[in-house]
Design a protein around this ligand. Structure first.
Ligand SMILES: NC(=O)c1ccc[n+]([C@@H]2O[C@H](COP(=O)([O-])OP(=O)(O)OC[C@H]3O[C@@H](n4cnc5c(N)ncnc54)[C@H](O)[C@@H]3O)[C@@H](O)[C@H]2O)c1
Length: 274
């Protein structure tokens, strides 16, 4: 069963205190949803909830650190009682680290794995039973084109996002007969606070190249949010909003070795030189 906005959708969005999470909440509100906006930053989530209410929809703000399983379990329980059930879970909360693989300290690997991978695993594990029981639901896991393209100096981020893609693919096959749809969102770059809030190691030329790519993006957070919800409503598994991500992924599948040894370094070089 695909997600439909004909009736008010009961949605939970993690990382809803800013960036894409906030844009997703606002787009959901435009489509008449009732929302639980969760974030480790409660003030940010409250601000988002107030913006949603200005658009005429009901929203509840909750504090939740997705890296902590008990906190996600509490969120699932609270959302079910506040909304009377959950039709749509968006596992959006995420953080970034960058640097050469041999320069990233273990605690930063653990930090990003906790938020980007375990956070999504907990969300799926703890919200899906309720969707199974009601015989319908949809999960949007926010990954990244980085999980498909594995760009240099982003190893921990790439590993977590590749894990989210693998989890989503597995769930799509596993849950198809349970009436639960799965979409994995894989944008390239768009401007948010993710780089400023991240942990970076080594030269900062890569972070500044990412900054340039973010500013030049053809689609920013509001358009990415719209694309993600349209993709979920269409029952799409792989949602790649940006054209550059879509063609780079196609190129990688056609010639994977040439992609990593020649094409990707050449393409990225263009941005670090400019
Ligand atoms: N901005 C991009 O270029 C880009 C590209 C591809 C994918 N993404 C993904 O989009 C998602 C949203 O990121 P964004 O770009 O909006 O970044 P952002 O930093 O603007 O927003 C991330 C939000 O997640 C929250 N958060 C961080 N740790 C958390 C935790 N432990 N528990 C709950 N909330 C937590 C932050 O407080 C923040 O509100 C992430 O999964 C990110 O990897 C972003």
């Amino acid at each position: 069963m695909t997600l439909s906005f004909d009736k008010p959708v009961r949605a939970v969005v993690t990382g809803a205190g800013g960036g894409l999470g906030r844009a997703l909440c606002l787009e959901l509100a435009r489509r008449g949803a009732r929302i639980v906006a969760a974030d480790i930053d409660l003030a940010g989530a409250e601000e988002t909830a107030a913006m949603v209410e200005k658009l005429g929809c009901k929203a509840f703000a909750r504090a939740c650190d997705v890296a902590q399983r008990p906190a996600v379990a509490e969120l699932a329980e609270a959302a079910t009682s506040l909304l009377g059930g959950v039709d749509l879970l968006i596992n959006n909360a995420g953080v970034a680290t960058s640097g050469p693989v041999d320069a990233i300290p273990q605690q930063d690997w653990e930090w990003i794995m906790g938020v980007n991978l375990w956070g999504v695993i907990y969300g799926c594990e703890l919200f899906v039973p309720q969707m199974r029981a009601q015989g319908r639901g949809h999960v949007i896991n926010v990954a990244s084109a980085a999980g498909l393209l594995c760009t240099p100096t982003m190893a921990p981020y790439n590993v977590t996002k590749a894990g989210v893609i693998a989890l989503s693919e597995t769930m799509a096959a596993e849950l198809a007969t349970a009436g639960i749809g799965v979409t994995v969102l894989c944008p390239t770059f768009f401007r948010t606070r993710i780089i400023d809030a991240g942990r970076h190691h080594g030269s900062d030329s890569r972070a500044s190249a990412v900054g340039k790519l973010m500013d030049r993006a053809t689609l920013q957070a509001p358009e990415v949010a719209r694309f993600a919800l349209d993709a979920a409503a269409a029952g799409t598994l792989y949602a790649l909003p940006h054209a550059d991500g879509a063609w780079l992924w196609r190129l990688k599948r056609l010639a994977p070795e040439r992609f990593y040894q020649q094409l990707l370094p050449r393409w990225l070089g263009k941005f670090t030189r400019r």
